[in-house]
Design a protein around this ligand. Structure first.
Ligand code: HMG
Ligand code: MG
Length: 344
């Protein structure tokens, strides 16, 4: 359902109408891009970002031609205060949703799903149609991280997700299953690919539609990316597997290239490289940002693959993302000069 060709596509410098054989090639070379800046990008910011700015960011991202925009997370506002305005972000995003665009949101449990469904009911009642198409449950391949991030063991998160997946499907939503710490955990160290495969299998068994592999702290190398994908084997079906890279050591582009070579065709990025999970932060060491979507798209285009992204428009979104974070950080530094992130 979610791999749709954009009406106007962009690749590394190619333009003009395509012959049938070029079109065939373009389809097999099509890479799906999700921007997570409005959620992952903003959840770890020390300053408070106004809801209107988040909505404008979503609008600019949607206009850039990415395939999907992750709007927010219906998580506990006590755990992630930055996303406490999730319902308002969705209400503001609904009238700005271009036709064919996919919007998604995190839901950690049934309560989160109910809030997402409320957001959809509200947007439908306001004649804007469904605002959220995909809900994302999230767990980890590391017990320590799972506990810190969701106050639950991995097994408990899977049990939590069972009714979420069933109800989401009953209401026509697609479900993504994020797995954090697929390479390493900030608390437990290296994670064996086999542990990731176990969790992926469990998520697929409860019915998630796609697996999103999170290198939460940007520890991946091209080789460890390939080792992970090899260990997952058929569990990493390219039609339903996404790679979510953070860019701590500047290796995320090389990892994306390795994954493209392996066969993956879907990636997450965050405009301007914002992001990081507050529960992957340690004292004095803030969780690293995601791969910048603009870097990701340039990498994908340069390797000869095709996306629907207009880099000039994405640049506008990235500039705006940078500006709202800088403005908020300035405000935060005036009130809490030494605060750097989450409590984990
Ligand atoms: P808990 O404290 O165990 O929850 O948190 P609880 O069920 O015991 O409920 C406690 C209170 O929270 C109750 O309220 C609930 O109603 C409320 P009270 O009665 O005390 O007033 N509550 C909620 N409120 C709003 N929305 C909800 C919700 N659920 C309960 N959905 C919980 C468990 C999972 C809720 C919490 O741990 C949580 O919200 N965690 C989210 C943490 C988070 O968002 N982390 C960042 C996203 S993951 C990430 O960044 C990684 C990723 O990018 C991939 C990668 O890079 O690896 C995806
Ligand atoms: Mg992340």
């Amino acid at each position: 359902m979610r791999i749709t060709m954009a009406s106007s596509e962009h690749s590394g410098g190619s333009s003009g109408s395509a012959s049938p054989s070029q079109t065939d090639r373009a389809e097999s070379a099509r890479v799906r891009i999700t921007d997570v800046a409005a959620r992952d990008g903003l959840q770890n910011e020390p300053g408070l970002i106004p809801t209107a700015d988040k909505i404008r960011l979503v609008e600019l991202l949607a206009l850039s031609g990415v395939d999907e925009v992750e709007l927010t997370g219906f998580v506990s506002p006590k755990w992630v205060p930055q996303l406490g305005d999730a319902a308002d972000v969705c209400a503001g995003a609904a009238p700005r949703k271009p036709a064919g665009m996919v919007f998604s949101a995190l839901v950690p449990n049934e309560k989160g799903l109910e809030s997402a469904l409320d957001a959809n009911r509200y947007s439908v009642a306001s004649n804007f149609g469904r605002v959220i198409d995909v809900v994302s449950v999230f767990t980890a391949a590391s017990e320590a991280f799972s506990k810190r991030n969701t106050n639950a063991t991995i097994a408990e998160t899977i049990e939590r997700f069972r009714p979420v997946v069933a109800r989401a499907h009953a209401t026509g939503l697609t479900v993504r299953g994020y797995i954090s710490c697929v390479i390493a955990c900030p608390f437990q160290g290296l994670v064996a690919p086999g542990e990731v495969a176990k969790v992926a299998k469990q998520l697929l068994e409860i019915g998630v539609d796609e697996i999103d592999l999170g290198d939460t702290i940007g520890a991946a190398t091209p080789q460890s990316t390939l080792d992970l994908l090899d260990a997952l084997g058929p569990l990493a079906d390219p039609g339903r597997t996404v790679l979510h890279l953070h860019d701590t050591f500047g290796r995320a582009s090389e990892c994306a290239l390795a994954a493209l070579d392996w066969g993956l065709r879907a990636f997450d990025g965050s405009a301007a490289g914002l992001g990081g999970c507050p529960y992957a932060s340690t004292p004095g060491n803030r969780a690293p940002g995601n791969i910048a979507t603009e870097t990701l798209v340039r990498t994908v285009h340069a390797a000869g693959y095709v996306t629907g992204v207009d880099l000039a428009r994405l640049g506008e979104a990235a500039d705006f993302a940078r500006s709202i974070v800088q403005r908020a950080a300035l405000g935060a530094s005036e009130t809490a000069p030494s605060e750097t992130g989450g409590r984990a």
